[in-house]
Design a protein around this ligand. Structure first.
Ligand code: DX5
Ligand code: ZN
Length: 216
């Protein structure tokens, strides 16, 4: 599978999101990662629909939305209308993950499911053949700039085996503490899509950093 970088806008300068979008448009990144946090499922609040709409207006890359919110089922339609092309929700936040998957599908967009580092990978087994992507969190969802959790490699391997067995077309995304230093190992362990926030936006040349991460 093709390697993809999804720069996380959470680490961009929020007073100039248009410039961040334009950088991503020019870059070799195929996706843009948008983190929505509700202050309930996670302790932090990021932004909501108006900001998402503003970003989608300026961005030409695939709109990859990661929702860290309770009751994801309530908002699927609004995220699709706001421009989400891949919508990834937390397994832990959903009363009925199968139903959320179905709702996202009905919007005609791609569906992703994700788990925090304390949830066994095996919990995803019933859903692997129903989603386009699994996002493996390599930090606890809530904040950018956290340190990558090393145990994530073992979890990634376990997930990769499960995906190979049940749905080889399913993409695997890793999010949290991803940088030029671990990108190769993550791709080698079976990740296809790497989310990178601070590694990209804190780099002296973000565009070049994206390219370097793809070339590892
Ligand atoms: C964390 C978010 C991440 C975050 C990653 O809850 O899901 O997408 O932006 O930031 P970095 O790459 O700085 O760890
Ligand atoms: Zn994210």
């Amino acid at each position: 599978m093709r390697k993809i970088i999804s720069p996380s806008i959470l680490a961009a300068d929020f007073s100039n999101l248009k410039a961040a979008c334009e950088m991503i448009n020019r870059s070799k990144a195929d996706w843009i990662h948008i983190d929505v946090m509700d202050g309930v499922f996670v302790p932090n609040i990021s932004f909501g629909f108006p900001v998402l709409e503003a970003i989608t207006k300026h961005c030409t890359k695939l709109i990859d939305v990661h929702i860290m919110i309770v009751h994801p089922e309530k908002y699927v339609k609004r995220f699709a209308e706001a421009g989400a092309e891949m919508l990834t929700f937390h397994y832990e936040a959903a009363e009925n993950p199968g139903e959320v998957i179905e709702l996202i599908r009905r919007q005609g967009i791609k569906v992703g499911i994700t788990i925090n580092p304390d949830v066994p990978v095996a919990a995803l087994r019933p859903y692997i053949d129903k989603v386009d992507m699994v996002l493996l969190m390599s930090v606890f969802a809530g904040y950018g700039g956290q340190k990558f959790i090393e145990e994530s490699y073992d979890r990634l391997k376990e997930l990769k085996d499960m995906v190979d067995e049940l749905n080889p077309a399913c993409m695997i995304q890793v999010d949290g503490g991803v940088s030029i230093h671990n990108a190769k190992k993550l791709f080698d362990h079976g990740a296809n899509v790497l989310v990178a926030g601070s590694a990209v936006f804190n780099a002296p040349d973000p565009e070049e950093m994206i390219q370097s991460m793809l070339k590892v």
